[in-house]
Design a protein around this ligand. Structure first.
Ligand code: CIR
Length: 252
């Protein structure tokens, strides 16, 4: 069970963050509303939600999932592959230190939390434009002694590994077709995402409830079939910045 979530307020300049999206420029009042609803949903699921102030120097910093990883025994400050995001971990570190011992990914290793997917006692680490083999090896060396197994997965499409696959409990992965056939996923049940709904692969399991982006009815119907409560959240402005539901919090 998660008891805490760290979040960060999007700054007024959040639209200056990195994006490949062609959905248009996002609006500030609307992302604040969507971020509030997201925090509220986590709180309703029993989490204490920590809200950090915006970081004007780092427009992507409200995607707190990328600069750090938290496991039951450890917090890891990442070295993001995106140059404009290096340094986001500095203000997260003192907060994480209140809860966990903190380790660091060192250059030339790069790693972003969006590439790190935990399924029970196993970690999948995406090798992407943001996360390299050296970063993955450093994380593996930190996690394996604490009882986890780790495996790397090449990310050919999308920003991060979790843009294309997420664990939804019950030994089941919600996965896009480009990742579904990876041999590391053989032992899981799979919900294959409809090609028109790929964004919904970024669905978040929190204490037995699934948070999924609004507007993806086929995925929603599949998730409902799993028998867990499903909550839809509008994250249109977050999607415009290539982000999603997992990216906006560190759960532990
Ligand atoms: C970036 O490109 O770094 C941000 N605009 C989006 C990060 C999304 N994070 C995530 O998927 N974990």
């Amino acid at each position: 069970m998660f008891t805490h979530a760290i979040t960060r307020l999007p700054g007024e300049n959040f639209a200056d963050g990195i994006t490949t999206s062609t959905l248009g420029r996002p609006g500030y009042p609307l992302i604040l509303e969507q971020h509030w609803a997201y925090r509220q949903a986590l709180q309703n699921l029993g989490l204490e939600v920590i809200l950090l102030p915006a970081e004007p120097g780092f427009p992507d910093a409200y995607f707190v999932e990328d600069p750090a990883i938290v496991t039951p025994g450890l917090a890891v400050i990442c070295n993001p592959g995106a140059l404009s995001r290096r340094g986001e971990g500095i203000t997260l570190e003192p907060v994480l230190k209140e809860y966990r011992p903190v380790a660091h990914i060192q250059p030339p290793g790069t790693l972003e939390g969006g590439d790190v997917l935990c399924a029970e006692d196993h970690f999948f680490i995406g090798l992407s434009e943001r996360t390299n083999q050296e970063g993955a090896a450093q994380l593996t060396a930190l996690l394996e002694p604490t009882g986890y197994t780790c495996i790397t997965i090449p990310v050919a499409a999308g920003l991060h590994l979790k843009s294309g696959v997420n664990y939804v409990g019950s030994n089941t992965l919600l996965v896009t077709s480009s990742l579904a056939e990876h041999p590391a996923f053989t032992r899981y049940q799979k919900i294959l995402i409809d090609p028109e709904e790929e964004y919904a692969a970024n669905t978040l399991l929190v204490n037995g409830t699934l948070l999924t982006p609004r507007g993806f009815p086929k995925t929603r119907a599949e998730l409902v079939r799993l028998g867990k409560p499903v909550i839809e959240l509008d994250v249109s402005e977050v999607q415009k910045m290539d982000g999603g539901l997992t990216c906006m919090s560190l759960r532990f």
